[in-house]
Design a protein around this ligand. Structure first.
Ligand code: PFF
Length: 454
């Protein structure tokens, strides 16, 4: 069977950017940056982007293009003993997908709530009590029943996502990305321009950019910066390998990698600007310090932003714009997580795409029901911390150490990339991926192990 291909270069780039820009950029980055030293975080972040992110995307693009397979098959073609890394990445993608969809379900509900400002003034109680109806004593064994308000939108998210995947790479993923990404950028600019022109916005921007230099020696900040780069660029998860496996032979993968990585980080910084400007406005109105407003991951988008939206002129309009951005950004990422699993299953089990979409999508939908119970929030938090803490960074270490060092693919991959590229991979790529990245990742993993044990 012929492997499907992207219809055009831009179709591929937009799909890769669509995968990269997701909840990680709008909802995770601002709060992680703030929690980890504000402006001081930007230094490890830029360091991680320039010495790891850029080269890592270039590496994954060329692996996918050269070996033309899903993550397990591409690694198998490098060396059959490497196939397990692909299945590990399959597992991480599957697990992330099951809770990622849940948050998108909330975003969808919140578009509806925006129309009437249904969240009222006590937005926290609205989220936890009225909407999610979280059990006060939730635990791993105490889930309560299904919360239908949260379950129905989740089901709709799955139906949309599966319908896109079902239509295939070119007719489904590429077509949707070409419309979704320009729309997202347009809507998000409306939000950011509104936010930075609000009174008090500079209070928030100062808090965001104010460096805490003493924090730079803290290994946790470096860990957070590296994790954010991997999460945000969809790396070490099989995603970029899968997407680039549908590229035609003569593609310039390095150039595309640079475009994807810089667009993603540009969008991420823009999100930081927008969200912190909005927090500054809220601080200005309420007298509460920005740092107290910025606490809490989930809370930032679903508790604090509705409060800010309440105080804007035309609040319904800005509510719809903000939550639509979250939804669009997230759907194009969810599709990419699903594609990792679909392409691996079609190759391993000989299924056709339709069967893989229905089987894997159906299974993921069933699993994600667990998060729509009254104790589901508790589970979501545990799973999120677990996968990000233990899954992704070790997967990245395995990937580069095995590909580049153990199975000696640095040279053939660089040659393959340089064959069709305007930007040549050379000494910088070798040092950043072959040396700086694994050394940094191992130091970070060890020091965080030690801090967690002691
Ligand atoms: N890169 C996307 C985001 O930032 O939301 C999607 C994503 C990929 C999220 C991989 C998480 C992840 F582990």
């Amino acid at each position: 069977m012929d492997r499907e291909q992207w219809g055009s270069r831009w179709g591929f780039v937009l799909a890769a950017v669509g995968s990269a820009i997701g909840l990680g950029n709008i909802w995770r980055f601002p709060y992680v940056a703030y929690k980890n030293g504000g402006g001081a975080f930007l230094i490890p972040y830029m360091f991680a982007l320039l010495t790891t992110g850029l080269s890592f995307v270039a590496l994954e693009f060329v692996i996918g293009k050269k070996y033309r397979g899903s993550a397990p098959l591409s690694y198998f073609r490098i060396n059959r003993r490497m196939e397990f890394v692909g299945w590990w990445q399959f597992a991480i993608s599957f697990v992330i997908m099951t809770y990622y969809a849940v948050i998108l379900g909330w975003a969808m509900s919140y578009i509806g709530f925006s129309a009437t400002l249904a969240w009222g003034t006590d937005t926290k109680s609205f989220l936890f009590n009225s909407y999610l109806n979280v059990l006060p004593n939730a635990s791993v064994t105490n889930f309560g029943g299904i919360e239908w308000h949260a379950f129905i939108p989740l089901l709709i998210i799955w139906v949309i996502t599966l319908a896109i995947s079902y239509r295939g790479v070119k007719q489904g993923i590429e077509r949707v990305s070409k419309i979704a990404i320009p729309t997202l950028v347009f809507l998000f600019l409306i939000f950011v321009i509104r936010a930075v022109t609000l009174p008090g916005s500079s209070l928030g921007l100062n808090a965001f950019f104010e460096p805490q230099w003493n924090q730079l020696l803290n290994p946790e900040i470096w860990k957070a910066a590296y994790s954010q780069i991997f999460y945000s660029l969809s790396l070490a998860m099989g995603i970029m390998i899968t997407y680039s496996s549908y590229l035609p032979e003569k593609t310039d993968t390095t150039n595309n990698a640079f475009i994807a990585a810089f667009s993603n980080s540009g969008f991420e910084l823009l999100a930081g600007f927008g969200i912190f400007a909005a927090l500054g406005f809220m601080a200005h109105n309420s007298g509460v310090a920005v740092k107290d407003l910025a606490a809490g991951g989930i809370g930032l988008a679903f508790v604090v932003l509705p409060q800010i939206i309440n105080q804007l002129p035309f609040p319904q309009f800005f509510g719809i714009v903000f939550f639509a951005c979250l939804l669009i950004a997230g759907i194009t990422s969810l599709i990419s997580l699903l594609e990792v699993c679909i392409s691996a299953a079609t190759e391993k089990f000989g299924w056709d795409r339709h069967r893989a979409v229905l089987t894997i999508g159906g299974l993921a939908t069933l699993v994600s029901v667990a998060y729509s119970t009254r104790g589901g929030m508790y589970l979501l938090d545990v799973v999120d911390n677990f996968v990000n803490g233990f899954g992704v960074l070790p997967s990245a270490v395995f990937e580069i150490v095995l590909v580049l060092w153990v199975f000696h693919k640095m040279k053939p991959l660089m040659e393959e990339a340089n064959l069709h590229s305007q930007i040549r991979l050379g000494g910088y790529f070798k040092i950043s991926l072959g040396f700086i990245t694994p050394v940094m990742l191992v130091i970070i993993l060890f020091s965080s192990l030690i801090t967690n044990i002691s």
